[in-house]
Design a protein around this ligand. Structure first.
Ligand code: GDP
Length: 438
């Protein structure tokens, strides 16, 4: 876990911030300057972030040489240990000469620093916050450690220094192929479509028998972009056309979905939205993948315009959990619709990776709450404080507040539907975690 040091001159509110982050009254706080002389450490938590935190000692205003030296040594040691430094100033007072030697120590260390303008409750401290720019430590994060305001902004400022669990690096590698699974009921036309995409030859080079279950991926290139296609039963079926089982192997579908970033659920447009189709979409949702719906065998459809309208309506009604997923008509047999399909694939992939700034989210949240406040449940006053996006792939939000265990599911649904609309997140599952405290 990363180590975060709280640094700054006495009386800027370091201990209050420490207490706020550790959640217990470990540090002694007093209005008299320099009460906290000893270094304190604690296990801190802010949203999903967990870290070790060091509170440096306060420094007596008196320029007593020994004390000054002790304070400096403590601060140096804390900076030395830290991965990230929270440099705290008092937004109400502004920058004092006493702030500068500490700022200098931080700057010299070359370590990442987040400048915090504390005591900025309400709008009272804004002047001091602007003043803080002059330290040359970047843009200050205004907050009130005492009142718990601005913690979402602190979270956002800290988040980049924490490795995201999962596959952050993969995301950054432009050469990594996009992983796309084509899943659907038997006879939906998966093999035909994949053949058409990668070229007949590629598929037929596989051995007739003994194609192993986990080797069913094919490398392809679409408009110069690398794509890895995951097939489900298509390949194996080709090897034994005789016993074409009219059965969907859920295990096969699940395997392909897990490998994929984007899943194309291929429907037979002449018999769309069968029960099995819906359970495949459920898999995609549960596994948190981005979804595109392919309407195959479009060449067999007479009233194409009417059917498309009808099926788009059905999709949004039957698949609320991935509302707005692109619906693309195509024909694997005729080779039409493949470009629109791939465009849709890249579009939902982008949505799946989307990150929304905490500032925008909280602005939206306030409006959503004002429009429809959370209900009081059996006398418990539910208070939603703020929210932040903790992950992408798929978008995952944490909502912080009090009594959230009493929040009705319908209210969470209201928020999710609203987020989807407000931030334009069609075709991806949206996760929400409720967090108490902070
Ligand atoms: P899979 O089980 O999903 O892999 O389905 P196949 O690719 O084996 O196709 C099942 C049947 O549907 C075959 O007879 C295909 O020729 C037919 N088929 C597949 N795609 C299309 C299409 O776009 N249009 C038409 N008319 N038939 C198709």
């Amino acid at each position: 876990t990363p180590t975060v040091a709280i640094v700054g001159r006495p009386n800027v509110g370091k201990s209050t911030l420490f207490n706020r982050l550790v959640g217990k009254k470990l540090a002694l706080v007093d209005d008299r300057p320099g009460v906290t002389r000893d270094r304190r450490e604690g296990e801190a938590r802010l949203g999903d972030l967990e870290f070790r935190i060091i509170d440096t000692a306060g420094l007596e205003e008196a320029t007593e040489e020994s004390l000054l030296g002790r304070m400096r040594a403590q601060t140096e040691a804390a900076i030395e240990d830290a991965d990230v430094i929270l440099f705290v100033v008092d937004a109400r007072v502004g920058i004092l000469p006493a702030d500068r030697p500490f700022a200098e120590m931080v700057r010299r260390s070359g370590k990442p620093v987040i400048l915090i303008a504390n005591k900025a409750e309400g709008a009272s401290g804004m002047a001091g916050a602007y003043d803080a720019f002059s330290l040359g430590l970047g843009e200050p994060v205004p907050l009130s450690a005492e009142h718990g305001e601005g913690m979402a902004d602190l979270f956002e400022a800290l988040m980049p220094y924490f490795p995201e669990p999962g596959d952050e690096e993969e995301e950054d590698d432009p050469n990594k192929p996009l992983q796309v699974a084509i899943v659907g009921r038997p006879n939906a036309g998966k093999s035909t479509l994949i053949n058409r995409m990668v070229g007949e030859d590629r598929l037929l080079t596989g051995p007739e028998a003994g194609i192993t279950r986990d080797s069913i991926s094919l490398d392809w290139e679409w408009r110069g972009k690398a794509v890895k296609l995951f097939d489900t039963a298509g390949l194996r079926k080709r090897a034994r056309v005789e016993d074409k089982l009219e059965k969907l192997s859920v295990a096969d579908a699940l395997r392909a979905v897990r490998f994929a970033e984007v899943v194309v659920v291929l429907l037979d447009a002449t018999i769309p939205f069968e029960k099995q189709d819906l359970s495949i979409v459920d898999l995609v949702e549960q596994e948190g993948r981005a979804l595109v719906i392919g309407l195959n065998k479009w060449d067999l459809v007479a009233d194409q315009k009417g059917l498309l309208t009808d099926l788009k309506e059905k999709a949004s009604r039957l698949l609320p959990q991935v509302k707005g997923a692109p619906v693309v008509p195509l024909s694997g047999l005729a080779g039409s619709g493949i470009d629109p399909l791939m465009k849709a694939v890249y579009q939902v992939y982008e949505t799946w990776n989307r990150r929304i700034s905490t500032a925008k989210l909280n602005q939206w949240l306030q409006e959503a709450i004002d429009a429809n406040p959370p209900p009081a449940v059996s006398g418990r006053r539910i208070k939603i404080r703020y929210m932040t996006q903790v992950k992408s792939r798929p978008p995952h939000f944490a909502i912080f507040g009090n009594q959230l265990d009493a929040l009705p599911k319908s209210y969470t649904r209201y928020l999710v539907n609203n987020i989807r609309e407000a931030f334009d997140l069609p075709g991806v599952p949206i996760r929400v975690s409720l967090r108490m405290g902070q």
